[in-house]
Write a protein that binds this ligand. Structure first.
Ligand SMILES: [Cu+2]
Length: 263
């Protein structure tokens, strides 16, 4: 049997040296990665996620961020161990076949128990955050009804104030910052999805089912909103925005709307 020389016989031919990427070959990907990072102009520790413009959305962000840190820890340990074994125990000239064994019960227990603990930690952290995010206030500052229909949204405030889509005149939901708004979400016809990316929040609007949730904005600004369920021909027209203002500005806006105007 021909003995392979692992050092010299490579896929590029006997005695050749395979070079996946030459010296210059590394420069382009590194430069592109750096440029992408610089262009994104966001905090590296956000990992490209929305940090959440509500207290609920921030909770979700922090959970997700923690998961990524945990995954990084696992990656460092796993790839570190792999690299160590490759470098320390790689086959060398003159090496024979290593000692063969059927199993190693101790190691098998360790690599079963550790992932089980990690999964359990992730599970209970998720349940804790879910309970916090899904908690609905009994005495909210504001009660708001959101109705999805083909193809638009209606935001109904107290005192008969209502903001509704009119063709391509997309509606804007106004919310007070730092106050809890309890949203009652319904659908008039088919399944829609109330989705505000900056809030890290999406929920079905289901015909015949009423969903309640709280939104407690913690950042001023205007955020885009979308229908996240393909709900028919003009689904793409189901755009809206959310404007978070100070409670004083909110009260001024609400009373100005109350004077017979429907935006
Ligand atoms: Cu829709």
């Amino acid at each position: 049997m021909k003995k392979l020389n692992y050092r010299r016989d490579t896929p590029s031919g006997p005695g050749g040296r395979r070079r996946l990427l030459g010296r210059a070959g590394w420069r382009t990907p590194v430069a592109l990665g750096g440029a992408a990072l610089a262009l994104s102009a966001c905090n590296v520790t956000d990992f490209g996620m929305h940090t959440g413009a509500t207290s609920q959305g921030s909770d979700i962000f922090h959970l997700y961020q923690t998961f990524i840190y945990m995954a990084m820890g696992v990656a460092i340990v796993t790839f570190g161990a792999l690299l160590y074994v490759l470098l320390r125990y790689g086959r060398r000239k003159g090496d024979g076949v290593p000692r063969q064994r059927h199993s190693n019960v101790k190691i098998e227990i360790v690599y079963t128990v550790i992932p089980a603990i990690i999964v359990a930690v992730i599970f209970f952290m998720t349940v804790g955050t879910e309970n916090k995010v899904d908690a609905v206030s009994h005495n909210p500052s504001l009660n708001l009804t959101v109705t999805g229909f083909q193809w638009g949204w209606r935001f109904t405030y107290p005192d008969g104030v209502s903001v509704v889509s009119q063709g391509t005149n997309y509606p804007q939901m106004v919310l007070p910052e730092g106050e809890t708004t309890k949203v009652k979400l319904v659908s008039q016809d088919v399944v829609h999805g109330f989705y505000v990316p900056a809030f890290n929040f999406s929920r079905y609007a289901l015909p015949g089912v009423t969903n309640y949730f709280d939104l407690t904005p913690n950042k001023l600004g205007t955020f885009i909103g979308r229908c996240s369920q393909l709900c028919g021909l003009y689904h793409a027209e189901m755009l809206f925005s959310v404007r978070v203002v100070t409670p004083a500005q909110f009260n001024a806006w609400l009373s100005s709307q109350g004077k017979g105007a429907t935006a």
